[in-house]
Ligand binder design. Structure first.
Ligand code: FAD
Length: 551
């Protein structure tokens, strides 16, 4: 190992793996990739059905954070899984491939963030992607990230789409194409029955390059500042401090929870957050850790009279058989991740884009799957896409081994509470349709007794959980924005030699799952770092919602 590299990347997650690949591809620069966790060589990571175990347990692949008490959720502390090790959260995620709504990015451009409109980012989504069956105006077919189409024959997926249409909602064939809105099948980051994480797509193909060095078990404890220039990184291996220098830049890719923590540990942040922990303020930057946004989710579930859902698939020795047939022949239900259809809908007709997302899951889901319900059933997950509520990530102590504090501040506004409540009603409306008659038994949760606004709100307060999409804690902003942490090129405001490149830079949550958008961000910034011209903007047509409002 050398003591200096051109670039040091902190965190081998969705964004870090993309950068490790792109910055080493022409062979001219040396790159060190530091990851606190290990390699991702577990069957549970490889096998899509392994996601159920990875999400619920703290361990080698999951940091397993908890939030602080959430006042609008009965002061409950919520479980927050985050990926650890190569691939980061893309190694434990649900593998749903979604980009968000075109207007989410146009909104960023309207905030003054040049180069981040839909037409600007679409070419980068396409560059990263290889869609099964070939590309089109919206999809790529030559990128490292394999995207497959939902393929499971389980009727509950197709019948919820049919039921959605019966309930009067739109349907769509491609959430990432012309029309996001409606009920439809999900696309998945799975190839040939294997999870296609960021490490699988980007890191493994780059491992043989002599200019890439990867160190695992290396937990960054702080950035080293030389005046206003970040010149290197201090990290811990087995409790021992190691320092390494960056001649060009340090790229912080530790995710929406730990990127702000590392900045704060390094004396970069709001003095009010640092001084109580005895950390010397080297660069006051009040926005660090603020603006936390996440997708809050509730599970509306029904029993199923047929033995076709997760319970029947896993009871007795079936889990063992699933594992063995996957291990030996790569066959069976281990190839599936159990959420293959869903919807993007508006909770009010006057909205300009869907504000609710639904995931159909083949199980009665409770508490992230930690509570196992011994019955066949299915769930319509309901999550609000653009919460008004804002939370905060902060330091628990100056010890880099301590978990940071996470306060999501869920449901702090009337509009957020209304949207989730309406989502529960919309899920019930869909499940009541004739298409689901053969598959729908008793409503398991919330249950028939929960009907009025007050009853639904009380049930939400007791049961809502994260659906794992925190962003915004090192948000992008324009010059003069006092709470911006990074500029449009993701350079940390007021410092040289440091960028943040991960989900934390999103100024507002996009309407959908956040893995593909995070990888897009890293793809785009890799060109900026390399001094390459941006890909030419592309104007692909998108449905603008007018027809629905007129109807
Ligand atoms: C359980 C779960 C399910 C999800 N499901 C989906 C889904 O189906 N579809 C979807 O699109 N999105 C999903 N997401 C969200 C998506 O995966 C994330 O938004 C995305 O992976 C974030 O990428 P990132 O690069 O910002 O951070 P991460 O991928 O989390 O990477 C951060 C990396 O930094 C490392 N790190 C942290 N601190 C340090 C340190 N001090 N030193 C060194 N390394 C450090 C971490 O170990 C990790 O590897 C899910 C997320 C989770 C957790």
């Amino acid at each position: 190992m050398a003591d200096r590299y051109d670039y040091i990347i902190i965190g081998a997650g969705s964004a870090g793996c993309v950068l490790a690949n792109r910055l080493t591809e022409d062979g001219t620069k040396t790159v060190l990739l530091l990851e606190a966790g290990g390699k991702d060589n577990s069957i549970l990571v490889k096998m899509p059905a392994g996601v159920g175990s990875l999400i619920k347990d703290k361990g080698a692949y999951n940091w397993g954070f908890w939030t602080e008490a959430e006042p609008q959720l009965e002061n409950r502390k919520l479980w927050w899984p985050r990926g650890k090790g190569w691939g980061g959260s893309s190694s434990i995620n649900g593998m749903v491939y979604i980009r968000g709504h075109a207007r989410d990015y146009d909104q960023w451009r309207q905030m003054g963030l040049t180069g981040w409109g839909y037409a600007d980012v679409l070419p980068y989504f396409k560059r990263s992607e290889s869609l099964e069956g070939g590309g089109d105006a919206w999809h790529g077919d030559k990128g490292p990230l394999h995207v497959s189409k939902a393929s499971t024959p389980n009727p509950i997926y197709s019948k919820t789409i049919e039921a959605g249409a019966e309930a009067g909602y739109m349907t769509t064939k491609d959430f990432n194409g012309f029309q996001q809105e409606g009920w439809g099948p999900y696309q998945l980051t799975i190839k040939d029955g294997e999870r296609w994480s960021a490490s699988k797509a980007y890191l493994y193909p780059a491992l043989k390059r002599p200019n890439l060095t990867c160190v695992t078990g290396a937990r960054t404890s702080r950035l080293i500042l030389d005046g206003k220039r970040v010149s290197g990184v201090e990290y811990l291996v087995d409790g021992q401090k190691v320092t390494v220098n960056a001649t060009a830049e340090v790229l912080l890719c530790a995710g929406a929870v730990q990127s702000p923590q590392i900045l704060q540990l390094s004396g970069i942040g709001d003095p009010e957050d640092l001084t109580p922990h005895g950390i010397k303020v080297l660069h006051p930057l009040p926005g660090v850790g603020k603006n936390l946004q996440d997708h809050l989710d509730v599970c509306v579930s029904w029993e199923c009279p047929l033995p076709i859902t997760a319970y029947s698939r896993t009871k007795g020795l079936k889990t063992l058989i699933t594992g063995l047939s996957y291990l030996l022949f790569k066959k069976g239900t281990g190839r599936q991740q159990m959420l293959e259809s869903g919807a993007f809908l508006r909770s009010r007709p006057d909205l300009d884009r869907p504000d609710l997302q639904f995931h159909t899951v083949l199980a009665i889901m409770q508490n992230h799957g930690k509570t196992v319900i011994q019955k066949d059933g299915f769930t319509l997950h309901v999550c609000q896409l653009r919460p008004e509520s804002r939370g905060k990530v902060g330091l628990r102590s100056a010890d880099p081994n301590d978990d940071p504090t996470i306060f999501a501040n869920y449901l702090a506004t009337d509009e957020d509470r209304r949207a989730v409540r309406e989502g529960v009603r919309m899920a019930r409306k869909v499940a009541a349709q004739a298409a689901l008659d053969p598959y729908r038994g008793e409503e398991f949760s919330p249950g028939k007794a929960v009907q009025t606004d007050d009853e639904i709100d009380a049930w939400i307060r007791k049961n809502a959980e994260t659906i794992y999409h925190p962003v915004g804690t090192c948000r992008m902003g324009v010059a003069g924005d006092a709470l911006a942490v990074v500029d449009e090129e993701l350079k940390v405001v007021g410092l040289q030699g440091l960028r943040v490149v991960d989900a934390s830079v999103m100024p507002t949550l996009i309407g959908g799952n956040t893995n593909a958008p995070t990888m897009m961000i890293a793809e785009k910034i890799s060109d900026v770092i390399r001094g390459k011209a941006a890909l030419p903007p592309q104007d692909a047509p998108v449905y603008d919602g007018e027809a629905v409002q007129a109807a």
